[in-house]
Design a protein around this ligand. Structure first.
Ligand code: NAD
Ligand code: WQD
Length: 335
């Protein structure tokens, strides 16, 4: 019996593959490689010694999906596949709705056809309505971009599908995953200029970017810069192992925040990086970025109580591991 990781060649999927294999699971990966490289999976196999059946397919391709479910003995699915760039989703909303919704619907239809009942879904803290942090799973919802709405809509689709009694769904709202596997063999490999803070800091550290621009220092936070709940990607990966265990044992749909439950400002993250890696990241203060909110962090109690999961790694661990990956792979997976 195997666990299918859709989008498993990507950043979070590849780290989760390692944790799942370490937990004794067999994994199969399906990915169209639109935002990933097969090299990540080659390295996961190297790190774990496991063989991972890989299907380069688009989840919307029902024939290819049927073929995979026919060949593999799939028992559960962790559904990472999707487009995730906030800015791009504003420019190309139809691309985002088409890709993220259609791939989920096709996946669910094929799962039903093959009697696969368990799904863990990658949702996002971006579904929370601004202004109510810290967010609990019951905080009001509302999204600021099409990407976020795709997560909101897919959550609803999964709740409705689970209400029929034919599906068990766990919806994971990730906060800000950062860092890399401590080996430095797998990590985050953004294409082009990074939109997110941690990869931008990494590339500034390596000299690829001249300096970091801090987007605004006039927010109502400790030091005026944006506050987020950064979470080590390996903690997040382990959260999926716990979530899948829960999913198998609990029919219906349940939602969990996965975060550390602590807000860290942009300046605090820069300081943590400097401490962890004995360097000084050059930065300037710029204006606010459109669409940014001041504060986002989790109340993470529910995951601890019901999944038995909590993040163990520190902000310094995240910075050290991000730098280790960046140093070893200045051009990401491009060999
Ligand atoms: P990623 O882009 O590295 O991984 C997503 C993978 O899905 C990629 O490998 C891509 O090639 C694949 N994919 C996209 N559309 C596909 C399709 N139609 N068919 C097959 N494969 C397809 O992103 P990630 O950071 O690993 O994120 C994984 C999931 O977690 C995404 O759903 C994302 O929205 C969600 N998420 C990410 C973050 C974050 O900060 N990284 C935060 C919250 C939620
Ligand atoms: C963090 C902080 C910026 C870059 C995004 C998505 C969200 C989720 C995770 C998927 C903010 C500041 C950033 C820079 C900066 N993804 N910043 N200079 O915006 O919290 O979340 O990724 O679901 O949906 O919106 O993360 O890393 O972009 O920003 O000052 O060059 O760093 O203003 O305060 P964000 P981020």
């Amino acid at each position: 019996m195997s666990v299918l990781l859709t989008g498993g060649a990507g950043y979070i999927g590849s780290h989760t593959a390692v944790s799942m294999i370490e937990a004794g699971e067999k994994v199969v990966v399906a990915d169209n490689l639109s935002n990933a490289s097969y090299e990540s999976l080659r390295r996961v196999q190297e790190l774990t010694g496991a063989e991972i059946p890989f299907y380069q397919l688009d989840l919307r391709d029902e024939r290819a999906m049927n073929g995979m479910f026919e060949r593999e003995n799939i028992e559960s699915v962790i559904h990472f596949a999707g487009l995730k760039a906030v800015g791009e989703s504003v420019e190309k909303p139809l691309l985002y709705y088409r890709n993220n919704l259609d791939s989920t619907l096709t996946l669910l239809e094929v799962m039903e056809r093959y009697g696969v009942r368990n799904i863990v879904f990658s949702s996002s803290a971006t579904v929370y309505l601004d202004g109510n942090a810290p967010f609990s799973e019951n905080s009001p919802l509302g999204c600021a971009c099409p990407y976020g709405w795709t997560k909101f809509m897919i959550e609803q689709i999964l709740r409705d599908a689970a209400a029929t009694g034919k599906l068990s769904a766990v919806l994971l709202r990730y906060f800000n995953p950062v860092g890399a596997h401590p080996s430095g063999r797998i990590g985050e490999d953004p294409s082009g200029v990074p939109a997110n803070l941690m990869p931008y800091i990494s590339q500034t550290a390596s000299g690829k970017r001249e300096k970091l621009t801090v987007f605004g220092n006039d927010y109502p936070t400790r030091d005026g810069t944006g506050e987020r709940d950064y979470l080590h990607v390996c903690d997040l990966a382990e959260g999926h192992v716990a979530a899948l265990r829960y999913c198998r044992e609990h029919p219906g749909a349940e939602v969990f925040n996965l975060g550390r439950g602590q807000g860290v400002t942009v300046l605090e993250l820069i300081e943590a990086w400097n401490r962890a890696n004995a360097m000084t990241i050059p930065y300037v203060i710029g204006s606010r970025r459109d669409g940014d909110i001041a504060v986002s962090y989790a109340i993470a109690d529910k995951a601890k109580a019901l999944l038995g999961w909590e993040a163990r790694r520190s902000v310094e661990d995240m910075c050290r591991d991000a730098w280790n990956w960046q140093k070893q792979n200045p051009n990401g997976y491009e060999l």
